[in-house]
Design a protein around this ligand. Structure first.
Ligand code: COA
Length: 260
């Protein structure tokens, strides 16, 4: 993949590692970077990658936010285009049929926090923190932060962080269920790739349908969610992967899943 601001690696077990690589600007998200991220995610979605890990370069910042230069130098319509591009790529990541794990290697501010929120799973280093500093700049989050954050932690808690711009440390983020794990800085990639590898060892078809069931169910009321679950479970039970999984279980061997 040709990219200036992203590093893309395909690792063992069909895990892709994408690193946002703009260290001189603390990995701040500009328009071109967002376009590159979109292309990378589309490539992953179409290929045989099973799990994506997204991280930032360096040890200080995961992402320091939307690029403030973009925000201050654009006309309202150009800013609209920038914001819609950010929303588009974050939605794409959220709706991918392959899990994306954010490996939060440092602070995740504004658009960086929103980027992490668009990843279905999050692992953070001990000294990482999250915040929405926009309010202190007379701005507001525009990559879905006012929408995803309340859904993730509840309206009251979300409003406190959105309105006060306070820092949410990794330990507290873990306590309120916003990150799956907190790990020492030196172990971030090992631990994240361990989880990615564990997911990648299972049936890609089942992983894909579980993701869809959880995602769809969160938007639905109880019974509709159950109907969705029943339909997807029936679909899942008819895949080659489910036949392989059950046969391998009977034959006491490791299954060889193909995602079909
Ligand atoms: N957009 C564009 N550039 C950014 C940026 C952003 N969101 N955040 C940091 N940078 C740039 C700085 O301008 C600086 O570039 P320069 O060396 O060309 O001047 C470089 O990254 C390093 O940042 P610096 O401020 O020197 O590092 P620091 O360690 O002193 O402070 C922060 C780090 C994150 C606290 C500080 O950079 C900051 O507050 N950034 C803005 C965060 C923000 O408000 N994000 C939400 C945007 S809506």
């Amino acid at each position: 993949m040709q990219s200036k601001m992203l590093l893309y690696e395909e690792l063992e077990q069909k895990v892709a590692l994408i690193t946002i690589n703009r260290p001189d600007k603390l990995n701040a998200l500009n328009y071109d970077l967002l376009r590159e991220l979109e292309s990378a995610m589309e490539q992953v979605e179409q290929g045989d990658i099973r799990v994506v890990v997204l991280t930032g370069s360096g040890t200080k910042a995961f992402v320091a936010g939307a690029d403030l230069d973009e925000i201050t130098s654009r006309s309202p319509l150009e800013l609209w285009t920038f914001l819609r591009q950010g929303q588009k790529v974050l939605r794409l990541m959220e709706e991918m049929e392959k899990p994306v794990i954010a490996a939060v290697n440092g602070f995740a501010l504004g658009g960086g926090f929103e980027l992490a929120l668009a990843c279905p799973l999050r692992i953070a280093v001990e000294n990482a923190y999250f915040s929405f500093p926009e309010v202190s700049l007379g701005l507001m989050p525009g990559f879905g932060g006012t929408q995803r954050f309340p859904k993730a932690v509840g309206k009251t808690l979300a409003l406190e962080y959105l309105l006060a711009g306070s820092r949410l440390g990794a330990a507290e983020a873990h306590r309120i269920g916003l990150v799956n794990r907190v790990v020492p800085a030196g172990e971030l990639l090992t631990k994240t790739l361990e989880l990615a590898g564990q997911i990648a060892s299972h049936s890609p078809a089942a992983v894909r349908l579980i993701l869809q069931s959880v995602r769809g169910g969160c938007e639905l009321t109880g019974e509709c969610g159950e109907l969705l679950e029943a339909a997807l479970t029936a679909l899942c039970s008819s895949t080659e992967d489910s036949r392989e999984g059950l046969t391998a279980f009977k034959e006491r061997r490791k299954p060889a899943f193909t995602g079909r």
